[in-house]
Design a protein around this ligand. Sequence first.
Ligand code: IPD
Length: 272
Amino acid sequence: DAPTTASLRALAVRIAEEAGRQVRDGRPDVVQVAATKSSVVDVVTQADADSEALIRRIIGTERPDDGILGEEDAYVAGRSGLTWVVDPIDGTVNYVYDVASYAVSVAVVEGGPDPLTWTARAGAVHDVTTGQTWSAGAGEGAFLDGSPIRCAQPRPLGESLVGTGFGYDAARRASQARVLATVLPQVRDIRRLGSAAVDLCLVAQGRLDAYYERGLNPWDLAAGALVAQEAGAVVVGLRGARADASMTVAGPAATVADLGRILEGVDADSDA
Ligand code: IPD
């Protein structure tokens, strides 16, 4: 039988919270960096691998025919048409330093694993540092620990608190710094919290007025984008594109339109 959206949301919440408990309880006083990935600043820890293994075990038991795309292990295509898109620790650098926030992000989509073509069904983001869980089901709203949430009312950009994030590649960062130099003088302030999934959920909750970032991976944005959309925000790319690695902009529609114009004006969706 096809699973209901409510049952998928409940499972996403359960997985994110179980993995989050393991990440929290298993954190050693000093975290060793197990390896670096794309560059020396792009770190992975044993906890990332262990969290993803736990997530894959639960999905394998509960939804054996679904596919899985995760940050730390190989993509597994499914037979059901549903794909779980998971980030076992989003905000790994925060995890290493034990500063807020780091989170487990779990989404389930139809037609994955490309954000340009998938349809998100449900998602959950569990912030390990605060114990909060945001979740959403397509067409069924967005929730923080079970209570409905809505994004902020649109405000002029000059009165907007805007989240952003940076990639791990030095050339990408130089380009992101150039974009930031244009954005920062036009907004109330910038926050770089270090977890894209949490940024998107804070937009959903109205704690951030908007958020933008270039270079997000599917697992960084899958759950958070649905939570934000179900809370009334729009989550898009630039120039009419859908949100993906080239650019993700989130917030109330009018704020996204204003911020999008500025980002388009400086070609924020390219590394030039
Ligand atoms: C990173 C975080 C960060 C964002 C990076 C992501 P990771 O994810 O979400 O906030 O700026 O683009 O890669 O590596 O901690 O899972």
